[in-house]
Design a protein around this ligand. Sequence first.
Ligand code: AMP
Length: 540
Amino acid sequence: MFGAMQEQPLLISRLIEFAARNHADAEIVSRRVEGDLHRYTYRDAAARSRQVANALDRLDLPAASRVGTLAWNGYRHFELYFGVSGSARVLHTINPRLSPEQVVWIINDAQDAVLCFDLTFLPIIEAVATECPTVKRWVLMADADRLPATTSIPALIDYESWIAGERTEYTWPEFDERTAAALCYTSGTTGNPKGVLYSHRSTVLHAYAGAMPDAMNLSSRDSVLPVVPMFHVNAWGIPYVAAMVGVKLVFPGAALDGKSLHHLIETEGVTMAAGVPTVWLGLLNHIDSVQGGFATMRRTVIGGSACPRAMIERFRALGVTVLHAWGMTEMSPLGTLSTLKGKHLVAPESEQLALMEKQGRAIFGVEMKIIDDAGRELPWDGKATGDLLVRGPWIVSRYFRDAGGDPLVDGWFPTGDVATIDPDGFMQITDRSKDVIKSGGEWISSIDIENIAMGHPAVAMAACIGVSHPKWDERPLLVVVRKPATEVTAEALLEFYRGKVAKWQVPDDVVFVDAIPLGATGKMQKIKLREQFRDYVLPN
Ligand code: AMP
């Protein structure tokens, strides 16, 4: 027997309409690329999202067409989140920190039909537009006066002219909640990045979960600053959560330095901010240099890479509670957050800090388990370490275009992380089984870096490993075996990367060795290399 309740698909368009109806005057403030502050309300955002949907209809874009974005966190990007997905197209957010070649590859793999980009990225688009044959409309996310006088970009229009003539009314289509809503590419440790295709259902459920008190705990009484980018895993789902609860939104645009962020936090009454450790390092350094503090900020969600204990303590001294969070592109991304339970509130501070240092407890909807090499499940005793597997309604089941084949093992997604789980359910990542190098919250594929080195005539073998770095968490170090009777310097090898990858993906240094340790199947044993170079000091 079925229950007798109304069937209503969980659609993203409902989020923005709910906000327009129930939180019409709640504010959305954006630092624009142009430098000034823009402010409007959810009522305005909803109206302009409907204009976006009408503009897409005018292009005769069929359902499921991909609309790419190359943009910072800001109000126009927010409108696209709802206008694109709400009208049954797929929002494809692209990481602008990738090299132009990688951006082109991703646009072509996704077959984007429209591409919207911020003024900052005009030079990249000028360089690559002609290599993206599927894009039939390029939209500069600015006013008409910012359009270049001459351009090689075909069919270029500015965002404001694009939507200006469109009606602010729109009848959002009704469709199956499992319909694709957004696409985000993950690193993929072997070869090219893979797309993760979120659905309306997964996105709305993830937003419910993300708003809960033991998760990000966002409400209409908060003012939230998502520093975590909207171009990577939907800014941890914050735009959707925001519309769901009517929180005041403060978008930082491209100004991610400590001084600019602090200014925004103080002037906009920010109560909660979310970002990767590297960004917060800049903020804390600024606070120290001006001996400043936070008048309203009380919480910050930190994830993407491990948050060091010193950072949790520094924030604590400033009256800010750190919520350490863990997730993945494949998980929409929220998996765990480290919020204390009632019984921990009376625990000694050192015990509380030890818990906060862990990656945290699962939110309802995410199931976790750790297994040993034989696939046996390990106990939740806080000691046993094993491969971490997850499953749930906002976790990937297969990649876009089935890239890489079936990623699941008996219905579970292997995260590639190695972890412990304690009896209270707090998970802690002890190691990373993949070799991707995390620099400032962004990924660098070690294989890409190695492949380029292997293209040099003097290189016999190359391994790229992450070496810890005080500012960027990790930076790549290239370990090279030279071919016999050849000469090549570290400088020459680094120069070899110019124009092949983004500048920040170039290794910080090169060391030459006689041999790289190989495993039984001929694979490089990077774990051994990492041990060998653990204390290696990178040049400044
Ligand atoms: P991405 O899909 O690019 O967001 O990367 C996901 C990966 O980042 C995870 O599998 C972890 O290896 C790593 N990660 C994310 N959050 C944390 C965290 N809080 N601590 C340690 N590693 C993390």
